[in-house]
Design a protein. Sequence first.
Length: 66
Amino acid sequence: MPEPGSKKYDVHRARLRKEAENQGVPDQDANEEANAKLQESPEWSARGPRTERGRGPKGERGERSE
């Protein structure tokens, strides 16, 4: 799954932004609308840290939720 900041995410956001602009939405609003659509979708949301190190110091880690 692509995550925010990845190339696939950015390409998809650009396409959504262009569609909104073609429907008459102003530039700034089109960008915000595209971001909102992507953040609502579970397919495009961030999944969290990928490694144990990314979860933080060992003594401060909670139980693994996966």
